[in-house]
Design a protein around this ligand. Structure first.
Ligand code: IMP
Length: 208
């Protein structure tokens, strides 16, 4: 049986204040007190895994070992069926500008264009199915861990549509909708997203 979180503090292994706020709000109803890895001065490990689960677990384990507390980490990204699951764990990297593409930073339109270019090379009848994945990993200082995998299936559209959301949202149309993730409200997205799916699984097992 999977170990359950006690009433102690939980380290959220992210240095992204937006993610910390979102996760803390989701866990607050269950009496979980969240502390960010950043506020404890914990280093961010390199994401050297080849799967979402490996990356989530290595981040959670590093935070649990360094803090002596239970830790939660997530890893997410987009998998495109016709591209053998790419960009996958490299979803954010595909947005990173090369020196000849402009100032350092991430360009999501460039990343969406890269995916579209690779699909276009496969011809007009290419399978446009894609899925967003989110994996949550819980780790305890003694090495025990639990993994919760969420996904949201859909297809890729072109050109990008909508101004809400972030990342690849403007080209992702979830199953059952005609609108992209960037054309629906954050509330509507959170009701069906890969992140919501993963959190529902965590909450069901940990607090159900
Ligand atoms: P990470 O989980 O912070 O490593 O993020 C992986 C990347 O996946 C993000 O930078 C986004 O580009 C992409 N991604 C993850 N979730 C979403 C989403 O809900 N919408 C759009 N892009 C997403």
């Amino acid at each position: 049986m999977t170990r359950r979180l006690g009433s102690g503090a939980l380290v959220i292994a992210t240095h992204n204040p937006g993610k910390l706020k979102e996760i803390a709000a989701l866990l607050e109803p269950y009496g979980v007190k969240c502390i960010s890895a950043g506020s404890l001065g914990l280093p961010e490990p390199a994401e050297t895994g080849t799967t979402f689960a490996q990356n989530a677990l290595l981040k959670a384990r590093a935070a649990a070992e360094a803090s002596g507390l239970a830790a939660l980490a997530d890893d997410s990204g987009l998998s495109v069926a016709a591209l053998d699951g790419r960009p996958g764990v490299y979803t954010a990297d595909w947005a990173e500008r090369q020196w000849f593409e402009g100032p350092p930073g991430r360009d999501w339109y460039m990343a969406m264009g890269k995916v579209e270019g690779m699909l276009a090379e496969k011809g007009a009848n290419v399978d446009r199915a894609a899925a967003f994945h989110c994996v949550l990993a819980l780790a305890w200082p003694d090495g025990e861990h639990a993994i919760y995998e969420g996904r949201c299936d859909g297809s890729l559209t072109w050109p990008p549509r909508g101004t809400m959301g972030f990342g690849y949202d403007p080209v992702f149309v979830p199953v059952g909708s005609t609108l992209t993730f960037a054309e629906i409200s954050p509330e509507q997205k959170h009701a069906i997203s890969h992140r919501a799916d993963a959190f529902a699984r965590l909450v069901a097992e940990q607090f159900g």
